[in-house]
Design a binder for this molecule. Structure first.
Ligand code: F6P
Length: 365
């Protein structure tokens, strides 16, 4: 079969930041058309930007990207390292020049970077400082990447969190307790809000709405008065009480950030305070990295594949320095300069917030 013309002759893929379900599906989605439709050479870079600096390139063949659609994690490995400030021995150094030299030596025409908010910034920096083109694909269970309706990994994590909340319901009713369940999401509440609504949580606490303990306690007591003798609290890891807001950081970052000098972990503070205010026994569950593990959902496999093949096409067309966004059910390129450094948090007027409020869910305010 003849190959279609391609501007990029050699591309390199890396996965950066926290892993999530769907990374391998994207790698496969990029590599298959790149190899077979466009005849490109496809390289993998191991362990994110660190591997780029340490020259850890591997050649990706059809055999290596076959059978990985359903696999969690990333076959390339990942790290949170950034080229601009990388720990080398005892010190942090700017390794951007080394990264550029390695890419030039391998004759890479475009680096395809799979990652979240930090990766958008790192990829932009790499292109600006080395002139080597990049394309990014938005990954994260947090769903907080700007300019895309959704990130891959989010749907799977939301499904896992919802299942956990379902399971907590049966034990909560049996013991008539308050069950507080902490859910990842960094400074954004998408995962907790989505899973909280889908899992029927009675209280949902997200960073975008700093809460009042009195308000939550009142809603829990009201449930008791109505004969409901248990309650499920879905708590985002980045949530905070109204008097725990760090106003300096909040102003700097443009999203609500809590004080980090508090002695007792968030989930324990919430459970203890609610028990004190309501006299109802409570228990805590932190879902943590379970949310990032396992096989991607059908929705994530579909999204990852579409995003991957779009990135391959953009490489072939030479449409570089963009992020593959998903908007109105289509993959579309958006300039990386418009994404990097921004965060997508839950707007106060989002339909999910309205749905939660209208079904009587307490949002802590
Ligand atoms: O960004 C994904 C995420 O899982 C966040 O929800 C969480 O705050 C963070 O990564 C945890 O990172 P690490 O695995 O480095 O502890």
């Amino acid at each position: 079969m003849g190959k279609e013309a391609s501007k990029a002759k050699c591309i390199a893929l890396l996965t950066s930041g926290g892993d999530c379900p769907g990374l391998n599906a994207v790698i496969r989605g990029v590599a298959k058309p790149a190899l077979h439709k466009y005849g490109m050479k496809v390289l993998g870079i191991q362990n994110g930007f660190r591997g780029l600096v340490e020259n850890k390139f591997i050649t990706l063949t059809d055999a290596q990207v076959s059978g990985i659609l359903t696999k969690g994690g990333t076959i390339l490995g990942t790290s949170r390292d950034k080229p601009k400030k990388m720990k080398m021995g005892e010190q942090f150094l700017d390794m951007t020049r080394v990264a550029g030299e390695n890419l030039q030596r391998m004759q890479v025409d475009c680096v395809v970077c799979l990652g979240g908010g930090g990766t958008q910034k790192n990829a932009l920096h790499l292109w600006k400082k080395t002139g080597i083109p990049v394309i990014t694909i938005p990954k994260t269970i947090d769903n907080d990447v700007y300019h895309t309706d959704i990130t891959f990994g989010f749907d799977t994590a939301m499904t896992t969190a919802t299942e956990a909340l379902d399971r907590l319901h049966t034990t909560a009713t049996s013991h008539q307790r308050i069950m507080v369940c902490e859910i990842m999401g960094h400074n954004a509440g998408w995962l907790t809000l989505g899973a909280g609504i889908a899992g029927g949580a009675d209280v949902i606490l997200i960073p975008e709405i700093p809460y009042s303990y009195e308000c939550i306690a009142e809603s829990l007591k009201e449930r008791r008065r109505m004969g409901k003798n248990f309650s499920i609290v879905a708590l985002a890891e980045g949530a905070m009480a109204q008097d725990e807001v760090d106003w300096e950081k909040t102003e700097k970052k443009g999203v609500f950030v809590g004080k980090d000098s508090l002695d007792i972990p968030l989930i324990n503070r919430v459970a203890q305070n609610l028990t004190e205010l309501t006299n109802i026994e409570s228990r805590v569950t932190t879902l943590g990295h379970i949310l990032r593990g396992g096989t991607p959902s059908a929705t994530d496999r579909l999204l990852s594949t579409q995003m991957g093949v779009t990135a391959a096409r953009l490489c072939a067309e030479g449409q570089y320095n963009v992020m593959v966004a998903y908007k109105n059910s289509h993959c579309t390129p958006v300039p990386l300069t418009e994404v990097a450094g921004k965060k997508k948090v839950v707007p106060q007027t989002h339909p999910w917030i309205t749905a939660a409020r209208m079904t009587g869910t307490c949002l802590g305010d």
